[in-house]
Ligand binder design. Sequence first.
Ligand code: PEP
Length: 254
Amino acid sequence: MKRMLIAGNWKMNKNNRETLDFISKLNDLLGDKKYNSGILICPPFSSIYTAGNAEKNNQINVGAQNCYFEPKGAFTGEISIDMIKESKCNYIIIGHSERRAIFNESDELINKKTHAILKSGLNPILCIGESLDERQTNKTEEILTHQITEGFKGISEDEVEKVVLAYEPVWAIGTGISATEEQIVETHNFIRNLLSSLYPNQFKNIIIQYGGSVNKANADSILKIENVNGALIGGAALIAEDFYQIIETAEKSL
Ligand code: PEP
């Protein structure tokens, strides 16, 4: 069966009370059903401890939206992977386009974080994606190749299965304009093919999520694409009912 991970990136939204409200609603909606799709919510740092320790369906995983690669020390404003682990998180998003664009995160820094997360036993969700200008000037494959080869540098075939790759065209994030089915097919095929040259034994097992204006209306057409193993969802993941609908859609596509 194809691997599937439905993840919510809450960005800078939801305080502790709102986090608990969301989890309570999602618990009720999921009920006792056993899901083959992975389910993940990534609240802001201030709510990960609450989410990790909340009474909840044990299929709901909790993740963080960033981390620093050093274990401790004079890094004001940063948070270590062990601190995140203490909040019972098992995934960490890294290299989101907002972090690359607003906080100037480089591929080199993202690679250091990837190594540190793997060393700690957690799963990195490494985000990649081209800007509108890059797509319009036919640079998508060049950009993705660079982001993947730099982001995965030094990651062995043994550990690569733990890395989730999230393809998020920057122009589709938060815009309400998802990439077309044709663009997603073509780009995910390209990514899988590139991974096959880097990881000839494991490339089929690597989760490649699509992200960029996924919602309950378009999830079906996106999630049934062969090389799409789930979605990284912003806006629609803030509403428990919508997020649940997307999980159900993922499940039906398996
Ligand atoms: C995201 O934040 O990673 C994202 C894809 O957001 P949205 O679903 O709102 O486009």
